[in-house]
Design a binder for this molecule. Sequence first.
Ligand SMILES: [Zn+2]
Length: 59
Amino acid sequence: MKRDSMKCPKCGAEMNCHAEKPVDPLSAKEAAAAAQGALVEEIHLCPRCGFTESRRLIA
Ligand SMILES: [Zn+2]
């Protein structure tokens, strides 16, 4: 599955996803995804300014 790239909110550069970690589900939909190991939080790092951003994702 191809994932969308993420733009840095500070400088607009394309960010690199450098980590994923499991997160606790907050909804029934997320719980269903988590049961299959498909609910993660991605950590994105900007190669230009070093800003980090995270987002929850159902893979
Ligand atoms: Zn940046």
